[in-house]
Design a protein around this ligand. Structure first.
Ligand code: 13P
Length: 244
């Protein structure tokens, strides 16, 4: 159960969130719990989550270890802070910052090399869905951004299916629509890495997940977890989602 805070909250707001959130998930050992705040709040989040079951993730990582890359942050910089996870290839990165399947692959390989656990995002736009191209888009994103990983690397990633039309719109994919996409992604994983690896990979759903729809989404056989934007900013609502 992962929260993507996007570009919300200051460091002190992060500390406040954890004070309220920690007690709500103290006994929630049915799931891994990950919160991904902006870079500026990572240290505060690690400190505030210390001694709890909550793990902290970043929202991006560059592929080089260090160098003249103004504005970028590397894997070793994140792990030195105690960061364990990283979101890669979110649709907002693809849409506004020129992220491609190729850069997604490079970032994912670097994340793995430096000991971070990547949550690799895929998902179609509304026009693509309406044109009947959902599977073709997912297939291309999987082939370009994921399928070039070795089997050993693939075993360490989490995939997030986030239909772009469902992000921040209040328009959740129905559990059936989400399940269909998850099943398709798992079939791609099986074709490349075999059944055992496909069964084992965790595929998260993201896009307007709320406390009142999480249960039906999680009831689908191929939905293993959720990646939550807006509803992860409030401790009570993310607590309800984690404890669905
Ligand atoms: P919302 O939950 O706000 O729709 O955002 C989903 C998302 O993009 C998570 O990465």
């Amino acid at each position: 159960m992962a929260g993507n805070w996007k570009m919300y909250k200051t460091a002190s707001e992060t500390t406040e969130f954890f004070e309220k959130f920690r007690p709500l998930v103290e006994k929630s050992d049915h799931a891994d719990i990950v919160i991904c705040p902006p870079f500026t709040n990572l240290a505060a989040a690690v400190a505030a989550a210390k001694g709890s079951r909550i793990e902290i993730g970043a929202q991006n990582v560059f592929w080089a270890k260090e160098g003249a890359y103004t504005g970028e942050v590397s894997g070793p910089m994140l792990t030195a802070l105690g960061i364990q996870w990283v979101i890669i290839g979110h649709s907002e990165r693809r849409q506004y910052f020129g992220e491609t399947d190729e850069t997604v692959l490079k970032r994912t390989q670097a994340a793995l090399e430096y000991g971070l656990k990547p949550i690799v995002c895929v998902g179609e736009h509304l026009q693509e869905r309406e044109a009947g191209k959902t599977e073709a888009v997912l297939e291309a994103q999987f082939a370009g951004g994921i399928a070039k990983l070795s089997a050993e690397q693939f075993a360490k990633i989490v995939i997030a299916y986030e239909p772009v039309w469902a992000i921040g719109t209040g328009r959740t994919a129905t559990p059936e629509i989400a399940e269909e996409a998850h099943r398709f992604l798992r079939s791609r994983a099986e074709a490349v890495y075999g059944k055992a690896a496909a069964d084992a990979v965790r595929i998260l759903y993201g896009g307007s997940v709320k406390p009142d729809n999480v249960k039906n989404l999680m009831a689908q056989p191929d939905i293993d977890g959720v990646l939550v934007g807006g509803a992860s900013l409030d401790p009570a609502s993310f607590g309800k989602i984690v404890n669905f």
